[in-house]
Design a protein around this ligand. Structure first.
Ligand code: HPA
Length: 271
């Protein structure tokens, strides 16, 4: 039973800290160094947590960092689980269930992604205001788990409008330019073809990536408020002449790291 497994994970995590974080943060590819902004850290490797999946993706450390940022308790995942690693949608979103039962109310989800809109530039940060699920799967398929949420989940505001507003306010305060747009999720692990990039853009997508959407769906199922911030590490296939590589993704994520960390820290401060 999922509930029993989740409770076991929650009890283990609670035994390691007296903090009761209401803010959860998932750090995407190349963005893990945000944890340097967390004080009085308790570090828990995923493999120590009963029933927790273990991260295999490069650029993902695979540990929880619980501590304080701007005087607020935060629960931070340094490394996430991707569908393309072979995990089921239920495994990919298991940490969201754990956050829900830990009492997390707001989740800041971050990712590295490709730009679909030629007006975006690698290094830009973007707040997601909607998504298109192009993964061909949904983490809520199967019997509904009433103890977590309802069978049919409203997705009219999957990204909390007040958190989007506060993200812009934090960006302004710190003089960071923050774009806004629609995230298209793609299973990967192959990057998109140029034809797919054209299609996603024509559908109204601004950026494309291989994560986030399953987590957002489950967070909404659990009644948590979501804020999602993308780091555009490259332009989608075919927008520029050059081929796309994972190195480019890590390199840009690294370069924008300081700006990204400052933004997230200031968002934590005001949400
Ligand atoms: N496509 C999909 N996922 C990504 C990309 C991309 O171009 N860049 C970083 N993650």
């Amino acid at each position: 039973m999922l509930l029993e497994k989740v409770i076991e994970s929650v009890e283990y995590i609670e035994s390691k800290t007296n903090l009761e974080p209401k803010i959860g943060i998932i750090l995407g590819t190349g963005l893990g160094e945000f944890v340097d902004k967390i004080e009085n850290q308790i570090i828990i490797p995923y493999e120590d947590i009963p029933n927790f999946p273990v991260s295999t993706a490069p650029g993902h450390k695979g540990r929880l960092v619980i501590g304080e940022c701007k005087g607020k308790a935060v629960f931070c995942m340094q490394g996430r689980f991707h569908y393309y690693e072979g995990y089921s949608m239920q495994d990919v979103t298991y940490p969201i269930r754990v956050m829900q039962k830990l009492g997390i109310e707001k989740i800041i989800i971050t990712n590295a992604c490709g730009g679909l809109d030629p007006n975006l530039t690698p290094g830009d940060l973007l707040v997601i205001d909607n998504h298109i699920n192009f993964m061909g799967d949904n983490p809520l398929i199967g019997p509904n788990l009433e103890e977590f949420g309802p069978r049919f989940v409203d997705m009219s505001k999957p990204y909390a409008p007040e958190l989007i507003r506060l993200a812009h306010e934090a960006a302004k305060k710190t003089d960071i330019s923050l774009k806004q747009g629609v995230y298209v999720s793609y299973s990967g692990p192959s990057f998109e073809t140029a034809a797919e990039i054209k299609l996603f853009h024509s559908f109204g997508g601004s950026v494309v990536g291989m994560s986030t959407v399953p987590e957002v769906i489950v967070a909404n199922h659990g009644g948590m408020k979501v804020l999602a911030i993308s780091c555009i590490t490259n332009l989608g296939t075919g927008i520029l002449e050059q081929p796309l590589s994972a190195e480019e993704v890590f390199e840009t994520a690294n370069k924008v790291g300081a700006k990204f960390r400052r933004l997230i820290e200031n968002i934590v401060d005001i949400i």
